[in-house]
Design a protein around this ligand. Sequence first.
Ligand code: UDP
Ligand code: UDP
Length: 443
Amino acid sequence: MSSSDGNLHVALLPSSGMGHLLPYLRLAASLIHHQCSLTLITTHPIVSSAESQLISTFLSAFPQITQKKFTPIPLDPVAANITDPFQLQWETIRQSAHLLSPLISSSSPPLSFIITDVTLMSSVISVTAKLCLPNYILLTSSARMLSLFSCFPSIPSSIPKESLPPILLDSNSSFTKNFSDNSGSLKHFNGVLINPFEELEKESLEMLASGNLTKGLPPVFPLGPFQPLELERISLLAPLKWLENQEESSVVYVSFGSRTAMSKEQIRELGNGLVLSGCKFLWVVKSKVVDKEEEEGLDEILGHQLMKKIENNGLVVKEWVDQWQILSQKAVGGFISHCGWNSVVEAACHGIPVLGWPQQGDQMINAEVIEAGGWGLCMKSWGWGSNHLVKGVEIGDKIKELMGNQRMKMECARISEVAKQRSKAGEGCENMLKTLFQSLTKS
Ligand code: UDP
Ligand code: UDP
């Protein structure tokens, strides 16, 4: 069996959230390039409008992909004690994982292997093991996070305990239980696909490859940096038009990804900080976790006074933007980010230094990758998301530091050159996938 035989049939099982879906679809495009047949398992109802739209655009662009709709048994959020709708969806899929069995086994031609989201691992492996179906994981996070995940509940000496999100320090939370169960199931998987590249996370990748960290860790395939698909381009052109008229490296871009909402109070402090920095800014405001629930206008969220102050300094939007295109504009000189892993890799690809302001999950661990690489800052003293109000003056000072730091700019430009080399056809992802296909033949 080889990729050029064109006889591999791969199923993809993402969980939920754009940060989990996008890497799956980007990987899917590479697999198609390798002549694989694909089945995409989509879970319904879909949580956010952004995911629904992307899935439907994707399936129209790739009609050769089979969609299998999976409808798990709904969970009561109160009984499950989960408030985040994306995490609730993960748990819902997990609890209905047994229902995946007929869906997987009815695939025609039979599946060669399945790629499962990290959040679903321990529940899906029991299904795929019974079907003798090889199972890979796509971990939508850093190699540094994988090093923690692979030995949890131990913590590698390279990771300070304070970098773990509070939820993971609470041994009674269902998140911690799942994280631990998933970690324990790792050795039963055939391999882990991740989206860093060597220049970005050399030490962690070497540590994982050495086998010293965890016994029985399956092979790790660093496929990064994933490239966005043409179909991700969206029609909101205002930010790109506005950036065209700004000076080179003068604009700070501000976004906290697809599923992180900030309190109104913190949003206003951030707005004041942006104004105080004296820099131009492009700011994506998000006040609700799920896009469907965004009802308030910018006027209401920011308040009249702040809106007035912002007028001449920046552009503020509340819609989904084309982040990849934004980061590729000459005018952008810095990025205030929550450090979701996709955003980190995208910043690295474009050589944009990052002011990392982690809010939850793996984000502190990801921000440490940037800081250790010398191309950004990790604001540990700003605390986790909602448990600390960071004042505008402090934010303004840090933005000035970010935008004025030539050393970080140079380091980031160097990393971006390596990323571009790896993205050229025949390198990076393509080579790693070939290695993966070869390992399948041997197993
Ligand atoms: N993204 C985007 N436009 C937006 C918000 C997010 O294109 O308005 C993309 C971003 O480029 C990244 C992904 O959505 O690819 C977000 O993933 P990340 O891991 O950075 O954060 P998450 O949303 O999972 O917290
Ligand atoms: N994660 C993991 N194992 C699990 C659950 C989560 O490694 O069993 C990782 C995964 O990379 C996820 C991160 O922990 O992205 C943090 O979860 P969070 O709730 O912040 O989701 P995200 O923002 O990454 O979507």
